[in-house]
Design a protein around this ligand. Sequence first.
Ligand code: SF4
Ligand code: SF4
Ligand code: SF4
Ligand code: FES
Length: 317
Amino acid sequence: MLNHIKHDIDHGTPKRESAEEVSLTIDGYKVHVPKGTSIMRAAMDAGIKVPKLCATDTIEPFGSCRLCLVEIDGRKGFPASCTTPVESDMVVRTQTDSLQQLRKGVMELYISDHPLDCLTCSANGNCELQDMAGVTGLRNVRYGVGAQAGAHHCDAKKDESNPYFTYDPSKCIVCNRCVRACEETQGTFALTISGRGFESRVSPGQDQPFMDSECVSCGACVEACPTATLQEKSIISLGQPEHSLITTCAYCGVGCGFKAEMKGNTVVRMVPWKEGKANEGHSCVKGRFAWGYATHQDRIKTPMIRESISDPWQQVS
Ligand code: SF4
Ligand code: SF4
Ligand code: SF4
Ligand code: FES
């Protein structure tokens, strides 16, 4: 059964297990969640999406982008909802005029150092930065964009050394999701943020390309990236998929579940399936990237039989 492309719901922060339940109010709705849950995830449980960029539910929250700020009765300032755990009887507001202004201000800073080429960008239609520009109502950027804004990274050179994905630093918002995915999901620790402040950049090692680094091409960082900075080469050449099918990796006995994302009968991307019991949304390089066999001319599509080891193979029904 084919499904129209639906991106998995991102709850923002990982699920917490606890026998103790906490009740709070978010935007006027009563919510009950396990102790330790973030406000962001509790809001998602109530169907309320808090704007976010540096959080995603497969890795621990980091609290760097400042888009997910909320107001909490009795608390000063605007805490980040991804890193603030729920407390009993909290009263939280996720949408107010002040929050809207703050979020718009943050987006202005991001976009002042981001190429404005969404229409020709490989992430067009599946980009969280683009989504957040929409959600926050960004209409102009007071600082200018790229060269108009002064210092910028819009001309930064791409790293295309990896056969399966590219790294385009001009689109990086330094959200650290890739670094955390490499550490927490894959456990390879190939990435770091080098430099300080404005000079901060994702780096697979001092002045070395991805292919010369510790990277094992598992793709967890690519999946975690909210922009086109880390992008599958298949998406760059074929464009975004239009339907998907749940399947099992054909390589080994682990039996990883995958969402095969396609256009017609052409596979565009293989995404490790979050519900897959054997792999829970992660996989090795083979399952995620080495699926060229699916449409290879040598692929055997019917059962074959031979009388003895010296006889030629024959197709059977
Ligand atoms: S990464 Fe996103 S915001 Fe940036 S150009 Fe591409 S689509 Fe637009
Ligand atoms: S592809 Fe995997 S190993 Fe390589 S940097 Fe990304 S997460 Fe780390
Ligand atoms: S490469 Fe992507 S995930 Fe990593 S810091 Fe940049 S924007 Fe974030
Ligand atoms: S999503 Fe909470 S600070 Fe970025």
